[in-house]
Design a protein around this ligand. Structure first.
Ligand code: ADP
Ligand code: MG
Length: 250
């Protein structure tokens, strides 16, 4: 579903991604860990067309991200084509960014109606199903401010799912939450993974990574230092940098 082949990204003279290579199989969950500033968010943003890849190739579901390849040369995608690719990817951020003046169900139906031109009745039915799925069937008519952070983040997940994405990206989805609210969000993510969703998750929740991830990827300084089955990377890290990072985390 995701294939990165020596992906590089610079901000001016600053090299942020220095050749990221990794693959995420369809239906798998990859967890990305690594120190602050190692490029995890930038990599997710490249997958989601929020940043332009400067070198290397990035594919989502077999399609080159940001460019089209013709006659051995790269051509930039038409913005409309890029937007279409983006619609198939859901993203959940640390800060949920719900529309504060709209009810929960209105937040969830917004994109399907505006972008997918779904009928309001159909979108509302789907939204209510999704809200039930994330355990918020009784909060459809509440406003975001009336919900806890964990509930708001679950609405944000339902909102992303309403676009029926084939890939979900999570960027530290529980980092802004009070500790007692982390579990309910991870539990929704676990259900999503069990349902076969392909997910790339930046997280420092090692319990989640150990139990849910098919692949654990340790990034540092814009490169993948080590990647593998979570039990291997956590239980028997091969690189000193991985070992040091994990020691500081535990
Ligand atoms: P992480 O998510 O692993 O903490 P980021 O991808 O956010 O790392 O950032 C990687 C590096 O890129 C950091 O040094 C950060 O300061 C830099 N960076 C991120 N976004 C920008 C930007 N828009 N302009 C310039 N530098 C940026
Ligand atoms: Mg980040």
């Amino acid at each position: 579903m995701v294939r990165a082949d020596r992906v590089c990204k610079n901000y001016g003279a600053v090299k942020v991604l220095k050749g990221i290579s990794l693959e995420v199989q369809r239906g798998h969950v990859a967890c990305l860990i690594g120190p602050s500033g190692s490029g995890k968010s930038t990599f997710l943003r490249c997958i989601n067309h929020l940043e332009r890849v400067d070198a290397g190739r990035l594919y989502v579901d077999g399609t080159l991200v940001g460019y089209a390849e013709r006659g051995g040369k790269l051509h930039e995608l038409h913005p409309r084509t890029a937007a279409k690719q983006r619609r198939e990817i859901g993203m959940v951020f640390q800060h949920f960014n719900l529309f504060p003046h709209r009810t929960v169900v209105a937040n969830v139906v917004e994109a399907p109606i505006l972008v997918k031109k779904m009928r309001r009745s159909e979108a509302t039915e789907m939204a209510r199903d999704l809200l039930a799925k994330v355990g918020l069937g009784n909060k459809a008519d509440a406003y975001p401010a009336q919900l806890s952070g964990g509930q708001q983040q679950r609405v944000a997940i339902a909102r992303a799912l309403a676009m029926e994405p084939k890939l979900m990206l999570f960027d530290e989805p529980t980092s802004a939450l009070d500790p007692e609210l982390v579990g309910e969000v991870l539990s929704v993510m676990r259900d999503l993974a069990d349902g076969g969703m392909t997910m790339v998750v930046v997280t420092h929740e090692m319990g989640f990574a150990r139990e849910v991830a098919d692949q654990l990827v340790f990034m540092d300084g814009g490169v993948v230092v080590e990647a593998g089955a979570p039990e291997d990377v956590l239980g028997n890290p091969r690189q000193d940098r991985t070992r040091e990072f994990l020691a500081r985390l535990l």
